[in-house]
Ligand binder design. Sequence first.
Ligand SMILES: Cc1cc2nc3c(=O)[nH]c(=O)nc-3n(C[C@H](O)[C@H](O)[C@H](O)COP(=O)(O)OP(=O)(O)OC[C@H]3O[C@@H](n4cnc5c(N)ncnc54)[C@H](O)[C@@H]3O)c2cc1C
Length: 374
Amino acid sequence: MDSDILDTDVFIAGGGPAGLATGIAIRQRGLRVRVADPSQPPIDKACGEGLMPNTVTSLKELGVSLCPGDAVPFRGIRFINEGVAAEGAFTESYGLGIRRTILHKALVERAEEAGVQCLWGVRVTRIARGEVWLDSRRVQCRWIIAADGQNSQVRKWAALDRGQPQETRYGFRQHFRVAPWTNFVEVHWGSNCQIVVTPVRPDEVCLVVTSRSPRIRLKEALMQFPEIARRLEGGSAITTDLGAISALRVLRTVCRGPVALVGDASGSVDSLTGEGLGLAFRQAEVLAEAIAYDDLARYQAAHRRINRLPEMMSRLLLALENRPKLRRRTILALAKEPRLFERLLAAHTGTFGPPTIGFGDILRLGRRLIADPS
Ligand SMILES: Cc1cc2nc3c(=O)[nH]c(=O)nc-3n(C[C@H](O)[C@H](O)[C@H](O)COP(=O)(O)OP(=O)(O)OC[C@H]3O[C@@H](n4cnc5c(N)ncnc54)[C@H](O)[C@@H]3O)c2cc1C
């Protein structure tokens, strides 16, 4: 029925972090925008819950405000492998550990304040040129954005599913009530899995186990990491474990006609990079700009530029995951060269832009890798 037809400039399928950030960025440019998601907020998802410094900056630019106590700052990343710890501190900035539900609530509040019209409990069931269908309801729109996550249906409907084969791993997260023992995000490397520890509240840590097997859960993984198990003694698990797929997926194109992909729907990086949310927020910004200029080709180019380094970092981390000797040598080398780790991290998080890591740094790391016994 015609009375059921809604209309808007931009329709976004998916009200996760990418969809909401894109909605906010589009409203900042004055266009009308609707977002639909089948879930009810705040939406939870398995996540390491660590925001890198440039992700924190993006959140501020979107106008998302966090209350004191909502998040815990962390100073850098610590890799721990076979008893060797390498530490890279962020220079002049900090990351934030934040519960996924708290982050989602803050994004929803900001989106509503900015004038994004959110339809919760509503699934996008079909798209056509200039239209989105929500079961029997039709929405007319100029642009359609797919922010519907890893397994994006909209991506398939728009025939944008082509790309390199993905590397798939599995992640399970759980929260523990225990005072954080570190103000770093810790990545503990085991023989067939990793555990990432993020402080998320003054009395709470988030643990994620990642591996190539969907059967490896935190409980059994902890047997490989007695030092973490000891830290958790006396604390209690306050959430049940929640799983998700962590995939490196690179797509050939992220827009076609009036449809654009954003966030995990537009390709993803391995969760060990801690970059998924940051990518989504940075993509949201350039996508909104491209829409304002009526030119999605700008988005395609910017998306490629934004994703390049995190994709490279994913491949590097997956190589470390796969090759214990290389991992041992690299972490030993980084432990001996903490400044180099810092510079790598600065390049990775874009704190000072790509020139931070130079040829000399790579040469020094190479020499260390060759010199240190495996
Ligand atoms: C184990 C693990 C740990 C991670 N740790 C970190 C970390 O520490 N830091 C970090 O930055 N990133 C991390 N990530 C990555 C991060 O979680 C993702 O990059 C992020 O969730 C992407 O957000 P999104 O909005 O694109 O997708 P999602 O969060 O998946 O949201 C997609 C939304 O689309 C909705 N949807 C689906 N189908 C439809 C439909 N047909 N119509 C409408 N809506 C639909 C879903 O309900 C969902 O709400 C981690 C990922 C994993 C798996």
